[in-house]
Design a protein around this ligand. Sequence first.
Ligand code: KIV
Ligand code: NA
Length: 255
Amino acid sequence: VKRVRVRSLQQAKERGEKWAMLTSYDQYTAALFDGIGIPALLIGDSAANNVYGYETTIPISMEELLPLVAAVARSTERTLVVADLPFGSYEAGPEQALASAVRFMKAGAHAVKLEGGVRMKAQIAALTSAGIPVMAHIGFTPQSEHAVGGYRVAGRGDAHAVAEAGAFAVVLEMVMSDVAARITRELAIPTIGIGAGSDTDAQVLVWQDMAGLRQGPAPRFVKRYADLASVLTEAATRYADEVREGVFPAPEHGF
Ligand code: KIV
Ligand code: NA
């Protein structure tokens, strides 16, 4: 089985083929998504909310993400494994970014992602020249929520800056659809949208959002393709009921 390379994602753009990215943080989802041909999996710092129970992505550390990166890398054969640099692991400068990215690569990642446009040019250039493919992330960038606030309308300058610095792809989060379409036309590298309309080269969703495992109101850009929360609620409830009622385990489950 051949690994997806950053070059193949660029060739998909040249052929006009759209593709889907998902997050993954564990063995079973990684192997399953790899098996259906998802070409890139992101170990997002969204593990903060979706694995570790934090309110935001600010607190998550390299140490918390590294074992998840290693698990996803070990559990896939084909997908490009992209590790999301957490808040505080790259902003200080190219040297800090390189040190953090190297840790992810040694854990099995094939590329890293970082948030920021023009302000991250030096980091993107340093990682790229060290042989580490970089996925940039502009528009709404959750790690700097406290500084930039919510919705960002602009983004073309940032998009061109990350492409010039050497990024192999760029996530556009909650960028206005017409701006995202224009960025997608202007850049040679693939754009990956989340809440950025239908004209980007690819899309990304957090897998627990896509599959309806997370309960409660979801952002407008989420579409739930399943109701895993209900499936799991029913299964766990029946299991607990059957144990209480003495129905499980049955004779055939014993030795
Ligand atoms: O951490 C994450 O899940 C992300 C994607 C939503 C792009 O950054
Ligand atoms: Na992220």
